[in-house]
Design a protein around this ligand. Structure first.
Ligand SMILES: Cc1cc2nc3c(=O)[nH]c(=O)nc-3n(C[C@H](O)[C@H](O)[C@H](O)COP(=O)(O)O)c2cc1C
Length: 275
């Protein structure tokens, strides 16, 4: 059998060399450039009305098409909405959802409330109404049957909807990163049942198809506050879980309080200097 281990004369074994060569043939992007792109992507909540190039939208969706999915089920479909009237109707429907969100949110202590809902539902219509394109990410839950059956029963997999939702999140993530790669910004807008039902009527979506997320795409109408992520050394473990990094329930409570303070500027525009 051929020896695969690297040696001084041949530091990269031949089969790996071939793979590396092939990879560099298909992509010009280096790892660090990808890292830069991932860091650059931001969730933007207000958009300029300027139109975006048609070919960009197709390329963004082409990227999403290549998302990973359990057993390659590919549940996603995308509705591209550019018509202004339809976009505004979608924003109105979403505003209704926000009222219900507040009804639930107000049961929390004020310090722990989501920053978009501190003392009531957002006062103004959602900023995404001005985005030139709304991508409505639809999903066919029937495709989850592609996955091995046991997945639908195991609690640690998250139950019957888990694979389906993970698949959809993958596509949404790739879509938003792709938008960033094409010099655009985007928002991940969650859709709950209050929004989904009237949206399906508005967009003539069949009963069997679910609406997963709305992703507005365009150009930012403000400069977002600096992003926040936990430090790598806090979340990286070597060989086994490092219990010195384990957070107690009190730590998590403090984390959530601090998180609310950190993320507040992303939701509450206090003055024009943040624009
Ligand atoms: C599952 C999921 C649901 C989200 N829902 C919303 C949403 O409904 N509205 C919104 O503005 N952002 C939403 N986001 C975006 C996050 O709030 C955002 O990514 C996070 O605050 C970090 O900000 P950044 O992406 O700019 O770094 C969602 C993101 C994920 C992954």
């Amino acid at each position: 059998m051929k020896r695969l281990a690297p040696s001084i004369e041949n530091p990269i074994p031949a089969p790996f060399k071939a793979v590396i060569l092939r990879l560099s043939e298909v992509t010009d992007m280096q790892g660090d450039e990808f890292l830069k792109l991932v860091r650059k992507r931001r969730n933007i909540r207000r958009f300029k009305p300027d139109p975006v190039p048609e070919e960009c939208i197709e390329k963004i969706l082409e990227a999403a098409r290549w998302a990973q999915s359990g057993a390659n089920a590919q549940p996603w479909e995308f509705i591209v909405v550019k018509d202004k009237k339809t976009r505004h109707k979608i924003a109105d429907i979403y505003t209704e959802q926000q009222k219900q969100t507040w009804d639930i949110e107000k049961t929390r202590i004020r310090e722990l409330r989501h920053r978009a809902h501190i003392d009531g539902p957002p006062a103004s219509p959602p900023g995404f109404k001005d985005a030139p394109v709304l991508i409505i990410i639809c999903a066919d839950p029937r495709t989850v049957q592609a996955t091995v059956l046991i997945t639908h029963f195991l609690h640690n997999e998250g139950g019957p909807d888990a694979h389906f939702l993970k698949n959809m999140a993958n596509a949404t993530q790739i879509l938003t990163i792709a938008a960033s790669a094409f010099g655009l910004v985007s928002q991940w807008v969650s859709v709950n049942q209050v929004t989904e039902a009237p949206l399906k009527v508005l967009l003539d979506v069949p009963e069997e198809i679910a609406i997963h997320t709305i992703v507005p795409v365009g150009y930012p109408a403000y400069k977002p506050p600096p992003p926040y992520r936990r430090k790598l050394k806090e979340i990286m473990h070597f060989e086994k879980y490092d219990r010195s990094k384990f957070r107690t329930s009190e730590d998590i409570y403090e984390f959530l309080l601090a998180l609310r303070r950190k993320t507040e500027p992303a939701y509450v525009i206090k003055d024009k200097s943040q624009e």
